[in-house]
Design a protein around this ligand. Structure first.
Ligand code: DHB
Length: 390
């Protein structure tokens, strides 16, 4: 018994030494994952962390002879903190890749660090079109609001919703969502009764929703960041706006899979446009959702999780393609043009823009197997970001 314990202790010491040595040898490949683990967007951090860890558990932590070391940092949903953490990760930890970025201001604040240090920066969540233009080292695996909103601007007026009020969170992604939705709505013969913008931090939707009720549009188009959808839905229903004949529509952030199941039957039949639903009917997605739920009891993967999972894949494949050599420029080159089947469906990293090209789905909230899901009923294939200015 004692002998076995001694052997076990020796084995542990040997493992620890090997691990230290591989760091010293430069045989590690470090990914600095900057996420909002606390603060307003904490659910984004929780989802992406779970997905990144799942990807590593499924694909191993050694790639092209390098040991992958994931360093997770909490930016508390504050852009200045994201930037400081990125600087520390690059200078002190010498990370090979920066990744994560829950909100647009965090991604934009960090972009100069990526440029100056020639470190690839994989944006897994933030979704304002301009982000990829803020640094030539940025690659995106999430989506853009312009991509998602255009599909709704085509669908709504063709389905009886001509007079629409828009209500968006007053920062980058909200402004993109409003712009691209309205442009398509007008093109399709619709009309905007009013465009409302709510503060991004601690929004109070009540006065805005009262105004919408008074305007009596056919529909209310909403963008709020992941995690804020349940509050909008609750207040929309409490004011009886659905009973007043006003339809709630939006990009899929409002019926986020992370929260949807708790929204109740009031959410039934809400139509949104988005790139990912946990109920996407493919074998790849079924496997992903099952594995995610097995590893994270009580959690359902949302679009943030899929951005994190695919971001890890893009990093792993870039390291493989560059034969473990690393180096910012070689990695970046190997990220561009990657094409594969994601749990969301087929996806592609456009070499010119470094942005994602993917399907956008129209989905309706329905009950399946006792749970609420965004059930896809139509698809617009291979949508590029319409918000690119070059
Ligand atoms: C952004 C954040 C979100 O939570 C979301 O759902 C979409 C966009 C952003 O800040 O870019």
């Amino acid at each position: 018994m004692r002998k076995r314990q001694v052997l076990k202790a020796v084995a542990l010491v040997v493992t620890a030494l090997t691990a230290t040595q591989s760091i010293a040898d430069g045989n590690t490949f470090k990914i600095g994952l900057i996420l909002p683990m606390t603060g307003q967007q904490a659910s984004t951090g929780r989802q992406i962390e779970a997905a990144a860890k799942l990807y590593m558990a499924q694909n191993g932590d050694t790639v092209a002879g390098k040991k992958i070391h994931l360093i997770i940092k909490d930016d508390t949903t504050i852009p200045d903190v994201s930037k400081r953490l990125a600087q520390e990760l690059v200078v002190n930890d010498k990370v090979d890749v920066l990744a994560g970025f829950g909100i647009t201001p965090s991604a934009l604040a960090t972009a100069p660090i990526a440029t100056q240090s020639k470190t690839p920066m994989v944006v897994m969540a933030a979704a304002t079109s301009s982000i990829t233009q803020a640094s030539p080292y940025i690659v995106r695996t999430s989506f853009t609001l312009a991509q998602a909103a255009v599909a709704m601007g085509d669908w709504a007026p063709k389905n009886g919703m001509k007079k629409v009020v828009t209500l968006v969170s007053d920062y980058g992604p909200g402004i993109d969502a409003e712009k691209y939705f309205v442009e398509r709505l007008l093109f399709n013969g619709g009309q905007v009764a009013e465009s409302l913008r709510v503060p991004m931090r601690n929004p109070d939707f009540a006065p805005f929703l009262q105004k919408v009720r008074d305007l009596k549009p056919d529909a209310l188009f909403v963008f709020v960041p992941s995690g804020a959808g349940a509050a909008v839905m609750k207040q929309f229903l409490e004011r009886g706006m659905d009973k007043a004949g006003i339809k709630l529509i939006g990009t899929g952030d409002v019926t986020d899979d992370d929260q949807l199941n708790d929204m109740g039957d009031g959410a039934l039949h809400v139509v949104t446009s988005h790139h990912y639903s946990a109920s996407h009917p493919s074998a790849t997605n079924k496997k992903f959702v099952e594995a995610f739920q097995k590893a994270n009891k009580g959690m359902r993967p949302n679009f943030m999780a899929v951005g994190g999972y695919d971001g890890m894949r893009v990093i792993y494949e870039a390291l493989k393609a560059s034969k473990g050599q690393g180096g910012g420029d070689a990695l970046l080159a190997a990220m561009k043009g990657q094409i594969f089947e994601s749990p969301r469906g087929p996806m592609f990293i456009d070499s010119q823009t470094r942005d994602i090209v993917q399907n956008i789905y129209l989905r309706k909230v329905q009950r399946q197997d006792g749970q609420l899901y965004n059930v896809e009923f139509d698809v617009i294939k291979d949508v590029k970001d319409p918000g690119k200015t070059k």
